[in-house]
Design a protein around this ligand. Structure first.
Ligand SMILES: [Zn+2]
Length: 106
C-alpha cells in the first residue's frame, strides 16, 4: 500500500466535517489539533498489515469486523428511543474499557 499514513478513530468524534465512528479509517487533514488527537489516544495509526473491512451501508473502511458491525448498527439500522439509549450506554462503557483517553495530553 502506498500513500499517506492512515489513522483510525479509537472513539467516535467529529473530524473535518465527518462523523467518525470507532474503528473508522481516515486520513489526517493537517489540522492543528492532530497531534493532540494522537496524544490523547483518540486516534491510532493503521498498521501496514491491517486487513481493512468495508461497511456495506456506506463504503467506509474499518479496522476490523467488530467496529464495522458497531458502526452499521448505529448508522444504518433504525432504532427506537429505548434501543438508542441502551446502545449509547453500552458504547460508553465499552469505550471507557477499550479506549480510555489520555487526558494528560489534553
Ligand atoms: Zn456505514
Amino acid at each position: 500500500m502506498t500513500g499517506k499514513q492512515q489513522y483510525w478513530a479509537a472513539r467516535p468524534f467529529g473530524y473535518a466535517g465527518k462523523d467518525l465512528d470507532r474503528g473508522m479509517v481516515f486520513e489526517l487533514v493537517g489540522s492543528r489539533n492532530d497531534d493532540k488527537l494522537i496524544g490523547m489516544a483518540y486516534i491510532q495509526p493503521v498498521a501496514a498489515k491491517a486487513q481493512l473491512v468495508e461497511c456495506p451501508g456506506c463504503g467506509a473502511k474499518f479496522i476490523g469486523h467488530d467496529t464495522k458491525v458497531g458502526h452499521y448498527e448505529k448508522r444504518h439500522i433504525e432504532h427506537n428511543v429505548r434501543e438508542e439509549d441502551m446502545l449509547a450506554d453500552r458504547e460508553e462503557r465499552m469505550l471507557d474499557q477499550v479506549a480510555p483517553l489520555n487526558l494528560q495530553a489534553a
